[in-house]
Design a protein around this ligand. Structure first.
Ligand code: PLP
Length: 420
């Protein structure tokens, strides 16, 4: 591991040694007093890659000039538009290309996948999730169990940290799974908790779920493009994610979905279908009787959403170049550097909520300031540093390795050092 110190010189040197540094120039930054802001909110909405505009204009031009013929004759024929994204996305989540697809948006996909995999019986009807999951996931699961005429209080088990702790211990998650045993239908966790930044051991959770005969699914909103994972090898049953956070697909961009091939290749796996998931060779015969594609695309419902997918397609070209492995390598160093600098601030009372262990976190650190939280946030904004603030004094800092530099992290530290 690199030996860090508190000099600006070291920050600049780390940037010089960073082979991914040039990617920063591939992004548009909002301006603050005529200079680019420092952007640590890529965990909420990624920046716009510079190649997006031309890609969008290409689709607008093909629509203008080709109309219906664009499905076959556009520069990127619309008929097979989802296919273009699969290789890179599959690589990012450690899946086979046939195990991933893009469609709808995250919460919609979570509903659809739960309807495929949650088959409550009198004996087996519980869904386990982490306490404090992202609200949309909580609402989705709450309304799902009500849809099956079950009581959320009976059917949903939320795993909480131990008394006095803020993070979940893997051993506690695993023993809770074992304890609920054959009453457990689905274990559905966020891969990284959006608030604490804790990265869960998805392989171990999946194993434990399978041992008691339950399904394991993950919401990867804060994982994709942040931490490399191996969904297929870990035998994860299903997963879904949004593409507008670390993957920079743009506000409300098309969502992503993974279904393990053992289910995807089986036409009898239940699902709510539409014509776009139908076997392509016979889709346009418009006949009765749904014949699913034997890939994750068998979950696609509607016509490819070109204008909602094009920016993600453009952004993924950068990920294919940078590679998720190299991004993670830089990300670990960048976040460790942030952590190191924060520990050089003896006058500031704060706690890093996010795990210390690199294997249990991604890019984000959640900082709980015991005093001045709001003032610190304001000072950052006044100095052109965009970070997220949540009561009571939590600032989430996510240095995305694609476009954040070591000097950016240094600037954040310097403001704390000089003003608080
Ligand atoms: C960002 C996020 C969402 C947002 O869902 P949308 O349907 O895209 O609005 C849901 N769940 C988690 C865990 C998230 O981080």
């Amino acid at each position: 591991m690199t030996n860090f110190d508190t000099s600006l010189f070291t920050a600049k040197q780390l940037d010089e040694q960073d082979i991914l540094a040039p990617f920063k120039r591939q992004f548009h930054f909002p301006k603050h007093q005529d200079t680019d802001v420092i952007y640590f909110c890529g965990n909420s909405l990624g920046l716009q890659p510079k190649n997006v505009e031309a890609a969008v204009l290409q689709e607008l031009s093909d629509w203008k000039n080709l109309a219906i013929s664009g499905f076959a004759k556009a520069q990127n024929p619309w008929l097979t538009y989802q296919e273009y994204l699969k290789p890179t996305l599959a690589n990012i989540v450690g899946a086979k290309a046939d195990e991933v697809t893009v469609m709808n948006t995250l919460t919609v996909n979570l509903h659809l996948l739960m309807l495929s995999f949650y088959k409550p019986t009198k004996q087996r009807f519980k869904i386990m999730m982490e306490a404090g999951a992202f609200p949309s996931d909580q609402y989705a699961i709450e309304t799902l169990v009500k849809h099956f005429d079950l009581e959320p209080n009976d059917a949903i088990i939320e795993i909480e940290p131990r008394e006095g702790e803020k993070l979940l211990r893997t051993e506690d998650i695993l023993s809770a799974i074992a304890q609920h045993g054959d009453s457990l239908a689905v274990v559905m966790f966020g891969g990284i908790n959006y608030y604490t930044g804790q990265l869960f051991d998805m392989a171990a959770i999946t194993d434990a779920a399978h041992k008691v005969g339950a399904i394991a699914g993950f919401d990867l909103a804060h994982v994709v493009g942040n931490v490399p994972i191996q969904l297929h090898d870990w035998d994860v049953d299903f997963a879904c994610w949004c593409n507008y956070k670390y993957l920079n697909g743009g506000p409300g961009a098309i969502g992503g979905l993974y279904v393990h091939e053992k289910y995807a290749s089986n036409p009898s796996t239940p699902r709510l279908a539409g014509w776009w998931g139908n076997e392509e060779a016979i889709r346009f015969k418009m006949e009765k009787g749904f014949v699913p594609k034997t890939t994750a695309s068998g979950w696609n419902i509607s016509t490819a959403q070109i204008l909602n997918t094009v920016s993600l397609k453009a952004s993924l070209e950068l990920f294919a170049d940078a590679t998720i492995e190299r991004l993670r390598e830089k990300s670990i160093q960048l976040t460790n550097y942030l952590e190191f600098l924060l520990h050089q601030l003896p006058n500031i009372q704060f706690e890093i909520i996010t795990p210390k262990n690199v294997a249990e976190r991604g890019a984000q650190l959640s900082l709980y300031f015991l005093e001045n939280g709001k003032a610190i946030h304001q000072k950052m904004i006044d100095n052109g540093i965009i970070v997220d603030y949540r009561e009571p004094g939590v600032i989430r800092v996510a240095p995305a390795p694609m476009y954040c530099s070591f000097e950016d992290v240094y600037r954040f530290y310097a403001i704390l050092r000089d003003h608080f």
